[in-house]
Design a protein around this ligand. Structure first.
Ligand code: SF4
Length: 447
């Protein structure tokens, strides 16, 4: 159970030296209890105190790593029930399902389809990160291992959905280095599955007939020393699965019950096989509540575009503005002689404006300077998008690279024209339209 601020305070050195950034040891202790600071941030804490406190003050839900290299992902580590309370930590990952019950042509079609979804939105790569490989009833080790090997060729992190320890062991022989999840421990096989997962060094997924079975199996696995787990919350139907997902998260976060403090898997193929529209709707639901991994039958652009957009909105820190990197973005094949247009680094402004610029077909060097991730008028009002900030960025970063001396500024900050003309000698300052939608006509006329 989590410790209170007073309990933590009793173990602090009580020097009130402020080196941790807090005015007193008591203030530090209260922040540690809230999860806002880590116990190690006090340089005077003894090793014994750190050892005894770090486990108790760790987030109620463990952070579990799956995959390897560039395909490594963190799951869990959540500290709140609702995003508005603080922020969610580890985004939901989506898996496309393969099964030994599928014929070869269907498997090949699926494997060819998965890499097609791959695009970038607000600096984040959107693609199918995981592949779930199911061992259907009656499949043997050779058939399952062959399918796993084929799926491994995609280079995506896998979930091996298999409850037979011997088959799982054979499959892990060909893919354990890519650190897949082995999902299939239950009350009847957990000891053998634990041995297989531990020997291969992979995360073990726990399932069961109901939440009590899952709870007891997790507790038993923890007793065996395995805390590298995920909980498959998929129940008999949508209602049960939703209840499982919420209750597991509530037990971990609200009740601080660390036995349920693990990320979750939701398998939509088991809930709505063949109904792709329902799976897409359920994927949205379980992205918000509380699937760490969601397994689906397919993830084409039709499913991916709304789903990844939702995920990006849910798993961003509401306290941090969504920004794009500062820099010069050449659009429509712009070169050093192309006109320069500037706007703010607020992601929404960037994407709306750059989309219209692309539509115009006019080569443009779009210059994004640091405006605090705020919209045009807000950053201007805050002094972050002013004649001084724009001219400084242009002189330092644009003039050495671009020969054209025509600068278009957003119409909403037309008031900056005079200031910029004074601060950027040799530049022609052009006031652009007030709305992005007017850019296409404006740029074509300008050309
Ligand atoms: S650094 Fe440690 S001893 Fe100093 S005020 Fe912070 S908690 Fe107290």
């Amino acid at each position: 159970m989590a410790l209170s601020g007073i309990q933590i305070f009793k173990l602090t050195p009580k020097k009130n030296c402020k080196e941790c950034g807090c005015p007193t040891c008591m203030a530090f202790s209260m922040k540690v209890a809230q999860g806002a600071m880590k116990i190690e941030q006090c340089p005077h804490m003894s090793d014994e105190a750190i050892a005894s406190l770090s486990e108790a003050t760790a987030p109620p839900m463990k952070t579990i790593k799956i995959g390897a290299g560039s395909e490594e992902f963190s799951l869990g580590g959540e500290t709140v029930m609702f995003r508005h309370e603080k922020t969610y930590v580890s985004k939901t990952r989506y898996a496309v399902n393969l099964c030994t019950c599928m014929d070869e042509a269907a498997v090949d079609a699926k494997l060819a389809e998965i890499p097609k979804v791959d695009y970038e939105r607000i600096g984040e790569r959107m693609y199918v990160e995981l592949v779930n490989v199911k061992c259907a009833e009656g499949a043997d080790a050779a058939a399952y291992t062959a399918l796993v090997q084929k799926a491994a060729g995609l280079g995506r992190t896998m979930i091996l959905e298999c409850s037979d320890p011997e088959i799982a062991k054979a499959a892990l022989e060909v893919c354990k280095d890519s650190k897949p999840v082995l999902n299939g421990a239950n009350p009847s096989n957990y000891e053998a599955m634990n041995a297989v997962a531990t020997a291969a060094g992979v995360v073990l997924g726990v399932t069961g007939a109901d939440l009590n079975e899952r709870y007891d199996t997790v507790a038993a696995l923890e007793k065996l020393g395995n805390k590298n787990l995920v909980i498959d919350v998929t129940g008999a139907d949508v209602k049960e699965t939703f209840a499982n997902a919420v209750l597991v998260r509530r037990a971990a976060i609200k009740d601080q019950d660390r036995t349920f403090g693990y990320p979750s898997i939701v398998n939509l193929v088991a809930l709505a096989k063949g109904d792709l529209h329902l799976q897409a709707a359920l994927a949205s639901l379980f992205t918000m509540k509380y699937g760490s991994i969601i397994v689906m039958e397919q993830l084409t652009y039709a499913e991916a575009l709304p789903l990844y957009g939702l995920r990006q909105n849910v798993f961003t820190d509401p306290q941090k503005p969504m920004k794009v990197e500062t820099g010069i973005y050449p659009i429509n094949g712009a070169d050093e002689n192309s006109i320069v247009l500037t706007t703010v680094d607020f992601a929404l402004t960037y994407f709306v404006a750059s989309g219209e610029m692309e539509r115009s077909g006019v080569p443009i060097n779009l210059v994004i300077s640091d405006a605090g991730g705020l919209s045009v008028l807000t950053s201007w009002a805050a002094g972050k998008f002013s004649g001084t900030t724009i001219s400084k960025y242009i002189i330092e970063n644009v003039e050495p690279k671009v020969k054209c001396r025509k600068l278009v500024i957003p119409g909403k900050v037309a008031v900056l024209k005079g200031d910029l003309e004074a601060k950027l000698p040799g530049w022609e300052i052009i006031v652009g339209p007030r709305e992005a939608v007017q850019l296409v006509k404006f740029l074509k006329d300008l050309q």
